[in-house]
Design a protein around this ligand. Sequence first.
Ligand code: NAP
Ligand code: ZN
Length: 346
Amino acid sequence: MRTTTGWRATGPDTVGRTQLTRRDLRPDDIAVRVDFCGVCHSDVHALRAHDDHAGSALVPGHEFTGVVTETGHDVTAFSVGDDVAVGNIVDSCGTCAMCAAGQENYCHSFPTLTYGGVDRVDGSTTLGAYSREYVVREGFAYALPAGLDPAAAAPLMCAGVTVWEPLRALRVGSDSRVAVVGLGGLGHLAVKMAVALGATTTVISRSEDKREDALRLGAHAFVDSTDDQRMTAARDTFDVVIDTVSAPHDLAPYLKTVAMDGTLSLVGYLGQVTIETTDLLLGRKKLSSSGSGGRPGTAEMLRFCADHGIVADIEVLASSEVNTALERLRRNDVRYRFVLDMSELG
Ligand code: NAP
Ligand code: ZN
């Protein structure tokens, strides 16, 4: 075992500094010095859901960049010193139909999550990248394309790939009309990607003070979701609506904005949702959801972002400020992703 320093759950909203262990390298593992890790709203949800008495620690963090410090005997894709990026999935069975199709994110025996997952070899609970070191199978690490700032690229690995997946699956292109609901970590990257794919892109937000930002990010229009008149005017107008809202909410107003045969794609974790059949029926609309991306899709997303100069708009904080980041994220006080700088951890 190797030891490193990180941040583990100390309560439903907080983390505290801790020592933690990483496994010794298996033949296809790499060790990564974590330099930057994004703070995802899923980290907020995970802290809330964590049962302190469950016996295993919770160390959040599942979108990070860093440098390879050691390689296992069989590693071929990476060398010590390489810049890498890792997202929210670190293993899968590799043999089921989903894995064979390059959709490891839907692995039939569940993909191993970067934190709070179950390691497929030793059964331990995975600990996330709010820490200085991570050990990962090489197949689930990605070369960070040259030209992408390592801090601003970290959020691509969860927030980015999570919105890339529906944009690609729903074949968004220059003839698409896309709406992004919720301008946060996922939402602002969805806007940048949809715009780069050529789509006419609208932000639907309850925060009027994000209007200017939405347009600066490339959106063609901004709709205040609290303005009933504007929402009514947007009826049946979007081929794809990507809903990134982080809290339970009524889907009806957003379904109404979906065009005939269009899709409302939910990427926020909403638990159970209720819909009126007529909101789907009137216009033959579709409701969809997805989580993360597979290995080919993640690599494609990184290439696309490098080609189009897409990274997250970030506020970098020293990792000792992690509780401030979590608290501000809960208050929607983030433009548009916090990234923790892990360097002070040694
Ligand atoms: P975030 O940065 O906090 O952004 C969420 C946005 O939703 C906010 O900026 C806000 O936008 C809007 N919002 C928040 N609370 C709302 C409410 N009560 N009513 C209406 N709008 C509200 O969060 P994020 O990191 O982008 O994550 C978004 C969601 O996706 C979370 O639930 C997260 O757990 C989930 N997620 C899913 C996956 C996946 O694989 N499917 C991956 C990562 C994250 P406005 O101010 O513009 O309204
Ligand atoms: Zn995430």
